[in-house]
Design a protein around this ligand. Structure first.
Ligand SMILES: N[C@H](CCC[C@H](N)C(=O)O)C(=O)O
Length: 264
């Protein structure tokens, strides 16, 4: 499935559990050897009351992401009937707008340095990096710059691994069009430049509001298309609304026995 061109292989293990080894994940994500995707998504039976499905997200480099906004909308669309997603970021309710778009309540952002996480406490909102980004977590770490989108491709790889980010970071680079409209390009942790990033769009609005650059309701326009983001004052939750598209589906091959060659 894909959300604004940010694409995913979603493996539904709710009815038959099987292991997906790391090397199989990497092959599936690698466009040279497999289907190719920005993240791999696993669906499992829920553990927590109130959840419909447990969802976990993995980058092509095998690292796990605590949040994945575009994939969350895709899972909501796949299951239908407004499921509640159990993720590492918490329980995320979903909804369908009258226009048929998919909405996910991405929960509250985490703003304290230990929760982003950052390597040390910061005296100001602006991090001590060229371009003075702001950082927050949506269940995954995001640093957002507001001085144009060029930095994403130019410096994203180095910034992702800056020592300031002990768990690395997704690097969002924004160009302000208006207080309710921003253009964004994201170098994603463990995945590189993508056409869109849902949690990155949420983080950009949160960081933009904190920097007094954006309103709480904002259109975030990315190369793959736009999301509507609203950082709700009443409960501090971030709502994300946008499309989710089913591309194709297949059957998981007979689960290989131990030691079988990957990518069978
Ligand atoms: N594409 C995802 C973000 C993946 C984040 C992942 N790269 C990480 O390690 O946090 C989204 O739509 O939110």
């Amino acid at each position: 499935m894909q959300g604004l061109g940010n694409d995913f292989v979603i493996i539904d293990r709710r009815h038959k559990h099987f292991d997906v080894p790391l090397h199989t994940m990497s092959l599936l994500c690698d466009r040279r050897f497999g289907v190719g995707c920005d993240q791999l998504v696993l669906l499992d039976p829920p553990d927590r009351d109130g959840a419909t499905v447990r969802v976990s997200f993995f980058n092509p480099d095998g690292s796990e992401a605590g949040a994945c906004g575009n994939a969350s909308r895709c899972v909501a669309a796949l299951l239908g009937e407004a499921p509640v997603l159990e993720t590492r970021a918490g329980l995320l309710p979903s909804f369908i707008t009258p226009e048929g778009e998919i909405g996910v309540d991405m929960g509250p952002p985490a703003l304290d340095w230990q929760d982003v996480p950052l390597a040390r406490p910061m005296e100001t909102l602006e991090l001590p990096l060229s371009g003075s980004p702001a950082a927050c977590s949506m269940g995954n770490p995001h640093a957002t710059f507001f001085d144009g989108m060029e930095r994403a491709e130019r410096d994203g790889a180095a910034l992702e691994r800056d020592p300031l980010f002990p768990e690395r970071a997704n690097i969002g680079c924004a160009e302000i069009v208006a207080r309710d409209h921003v253009r964004l390009r994201v170098w994603e942790r463990g995945a590189g430049l993508t056409l869109a990033c849902g949690s990155g769009a949420c983080a950009a609005v949160v960081n933009g509001v904190r920097r007094s650059l954006l309103d709480r309701g904002c259109r975030v326009e990315m190369d793959g298309g736009s999301l509507r983001i609203h950082w709700r004052e009443a409960d501090n939750h971030v709502l994300m609304i946008g499309p989710a598209t089913h591309v194709f589906e297949g059957l998981w091959p007979a689960v290989p026995t131990e030691g079988a060659k990957p990518g069978a």
